[in-house]
Ligand binder design. Structure first.
Ligand SMILES: *[C@@H]1O[C@H](CO)[C@@H](O)[C@H](O)[C@H]1NC(C)=O
Ligand SMILES: *[C@@H]1O[C@H](CO)[C@@H](O)[C@H](O)[C@H]1NC(C)=O
Ligand SMILES: *[C@@H]1O[C@H](CO)[C@@H](O)[C@H](O)[C@H]1NC(C)=O
Length: 389
């Protein structure tokens, strides 16, 4: 207790954290610094084992425990798995103040994920604007046929809270959320080039009660992808672009049955993205995407600002389709690029509402078009004008 009070006092005067050193001498209050466990932080030595030893102590602590990855250091780690299944600690906080970097492609041990966090309830991760995760994706991107790993994967983590995380250059998706109930991500910065392949910002599946807010996503694929088995997913105050927009699906691939409901996207912006609000389903699938709202959306030079594509992947006519229903697009304004501003390419659409949509061309002397097929719903105050067939 006394040490932490001293730390707080000292921190008030010095920008460098002397706590690290104090911890090295031994005393701590359930604070486990990776440096105590042999991490080098030199950006060259593989610190994965040190991280795992520190994780083991954090996990085994009584009460609440904190794992510290200190500032002003670069930690090279190969793969990490933090499994909370057998933890004694009742709540765990990870303070990510330094930088964690991935090795180049050849040195990866697990090519599906880099940092895996699973079976932890009540985990909080606090980042800072100095540190973060760098997936060294540039060594992967040229390989078009490689299955590209996810940088940070959460599986079966309930009551998760991630704040201030910076994550860049992922080989594949930046953050994957699977099988989680209750997660808030705020002030997250995802940063990869628009040309980097398959680098989704967030990839959500089989999860519920997820909120992404006050965040910025620059990616080479979907800013947020919401996949099957997900419900009560909100995105608020998110700036997306470059990227492929916020996507529900694709759903129904390989005739699968998939369900997504209660998705609410509010006060988000799209800048230079290839899509804005997108729902995509494969012909032949079943299930639904329903109770979805996109509102207060600012557009800058966006292709396909509103798109429902029920012929995703294949263009064939199939007997079944994932049903898209109760979807509202309200309050879209700004500029569109390309040909199409609104594409409602439906197969099974019910109660789709477009209201107060105003999209003008970003380039002078160009025109924006719309497509609307098999549509059931209402369209009011919408520019460009939508005519359904
Ligand atoms: C962490 O704990 C697990 C389970 O107790 C053990 O198998 C593993 O070897 C430990 N890892 C390290 C790096 O100490
Ligand atoms: C998600 O958005 C809906 C609709 O705006 C709102 O009713 C709900 O409270 C939001 N949930 C969270 C966790 O933000
Ligand atoms: C909308 O989002 C922007 C930035 O993303 C933020 O500055 C603004 O406060 C938000 N507005 C509301 C009403 O939440």
């Amino acid at each position: 207790m006394r040490v932490s009070i001293i730390c707080v006092l000292i921190l008030g005067f010095f920008s460098h954290c002397l706590c690290d050193r104090l911890n090295l001498v031994g005393t701590n209050n359930n604070i486990f610094n990776v440096m105590q466990y042999g991490a080098h932080g030199d950006g060259k030595t593989d610190d994965a084992q040190a991280f795992l030893r520190a994780w083991n102590s954090t996990c085994a602590a009584q009460g609440s425990a904190t794992l510290v990855i200190p500032a002003n250091k670069i930690f090279l780690v190969t793969n990490l798995l933090f499994n909370g299944g057998d933890c004694k600690a009742t709540s765990i906080n990870i303070k990510l103040q330094g930088n964690i970097v991935a090795p180049s492609k050849e040195a990866w041990k697990d090519t599906s994920h880099w940092i895996n966090i699973e079976y932890i309830n009540g985990l909080t991760i606090d980042g800072t604007n100095t540190g973060g995760l760098d997936g060294h994706g540039s060594t992967w991107w040229p390989c078009k046929t490689c299955p590209r790993p996810v940088v940070l994967s959460f599986h079966s983590c309930n009551k998760l809270n991630v704040n201030g995380l910076r994550i860049s250059n992922s080989p594949g998706a930046h953050i994957s959320i699977n099988g989680c109930d209750g997660a808030t991500f705020s002030n997250v910065l995802v940063n990869s080039p628009g040309t980097s392949p398959n680098t989704d910002g967030f990839d959500i599946s089989s999860s519920k009660n997820i909120l992404i807010k006050d965040s910025t996503i620059h990616a080479g694929d979907d800013c947020i992808a919401i996949n099957g088995g997900s419900s009560y997913i909100n995105a608020t105050n998110v700036a997306c672009g470059p990227g492929h927009g916020i996507s529900i699906g694709s759903l129904g691939k390989g005739k699968s049955h998939e369900e997504v409901e209660e998705v609410h996207v509010k006060n988000c912006s799209f800048t230079d993205t290839t899509n804005g609000a997108r729902i995509k389903t494969f012909p032949g699938g079943s299930g639904f995407a329903r109770k979805i709202t996109f509102e207060q959306i600012q557009l800058t030079n966006v292709k396909n600002a509103i798109i429902i594509d029920q012929h995703y992947g294949i263009k064939i006519d199939a007997e079944s389709a994932v049903q898209v229903s109760d979807v509202t697009y309200q309050g879209f304004s700004g500029t569109g690029a390309g040909d199409l501003a609104i594409n409602l390419n439906c197969e099974s659409c019910l109660n789709i509402v477009l209201n107060k949509i105003s999209i003008v061309p970003s380039q002078p002397k160009t025109q924006l078009h719309t497509i609307c097929k098999n549509f059931h719903g209402t369209i009011t105050s919408t520019v460009p004008k939508v005519t359904c067939s």
